[in-house]
Design a protein around this ligand. Structure first.
Ligand code: AVJ
Length: 318
């Protein structure tokens, strides 16, 4: 077996529409930038750093749940499974499943193409017998994933509570499209739970300022890739928890009255004006089961940590 075999991507669907989405979003009132643009190489690196923060309990809690319940998950996935991961990122979490589930194939889907290919190459060297099919794509779309020869059941893996980035209607629609991409297969999904607002607030306002740097990376990316002239110091990270909507809302707040040039167009900011960059919705087990039902899924089994911070749910077609 060639330990350094080259992995070829299933599809290239490069998102070169940052310029368009950014100028559209800055023309909108209130100003906004879609959160999927956080994840260029620098943003993916900053997100990995967030996952190591003491305040960001999500990653370590979910990782512990995956490790503790991998045997039960393997039994649910069955033999010769194909795991399809939506928004695969660093491919760290799936390793906990690969060792126990021993699937026939793994199809990581991510929009950050160079990063996906680099981490997939590393995984390929570790798992020489695994059929690896990285797909550079926007996982929110309906995806035609070719059948994997020899695979029996296709199972989705959507960890990290990325589902929280979508408003409930959009989340339901996306889960429905995932169910279609999986040919009705089950979905293992991570969900951040409603909890003490102070705990949530701390997770998005870390003392080291990594989340602030992650947020500002949207502007840094615009400067790098599009030749924009954002002054990063003139925008503050602001991420309050909205307890009624049950979501963290993330903003960049213009500290002064200023104008910025992006793609040859001028955008004016008032002092105190907000650019909305992310929502991170939180669920209760019941509100999540309701959401899943809207997508044609039944919540079959769910695992939680002792503090009830995070939930790993197994959804089956209803
Ligand atoms: C990757 C969407 C799950 O909402 O917690 C982390 C992104 N933003 N800190 C989240 C994020 C700020 C993260 N998700």
């Amino acid at each position: 077996m060639d330990a350094l075999r080259t992995v070829t991507p299933l599809a290239e669907n490069r998102s070169s529409d940052f310029a368009q989405c950014l100028t559209d979003g800055l023309s909108h009132s209130p100003k906004q930038i879609p959160c999927k643009y956080f994840y260029d190489d620098e943003g993916s690196r900053l997100f990995d750093a967030i996952c190591e923060l003491p305040e960001y309990y999500q990653t370590r809690t979910e990782t512990a749940l995956l490790a503790a319940h991998a045997g039960e998950i393997a039994a649910l996935m069955g033999r010769d499974a194909e795991i399809v991961e939506f928004g695969a990122g660093s491919l760290k979490k799936v390793r906990l499943l690969l060792n126990v589930v021993r699937p026939r194939g793994y199809t990581p889907i991510d929009i950050s193409g160079d990063y996906l290919m680099a981490v997939t190459e590393t995984l390929a060297a570790e798992y020489p017998n695994l059929a690896l099919r990285p797909m550079v794509a926007d996982f929110t779309a309906a995806l035609a994933i070719p059948p994997l020869p020899g695979a029996r059941a296709r199972t989705g893996f959507f960890p990290g509570s990325t589902i929280g980035n979508f408003k409930p209607d959009a989340a339901a629609g996306m889960l429905r499209r995932m169910r279609a991409s999986l040919n009705g297969g089950s979905l293992l999904i991570g969900v951040d739970l409603v909890k003490d607002p102070a705990r949530l607030h701390a997770a998005y306002n870390d003392a080291a300022g990594v989340t602030a740097a992650f947020n500002r990376n949207l502007l840094a990316r615009a400067n790098r890739d599009l030749g924009a002239d954002f002054n990063l110091d003139a925008f503050a990270h602001y991420a309050p928890y909205n307890p009624v909507a049950r979501r963290i809302e993330m903003y960049l707040i213009s500290q002064i009255r200023q104008s910025v040039t992006v793609c040859g167009r001028r955008f004016d900011f008032e002092a105190g004006e907000a650019v909305h960059t992310e929502d991170s919705h939180k669920y209760t087990p019941d509100s999540f089961a309701e959401l899943a039902a809207r997508a044609g899924y039944t919540l079959r089994t769910a695992w939680q940590d002792d503090e009830g911070l995070f939930m790993l749910a197994w959804l089956e077609s209803a």
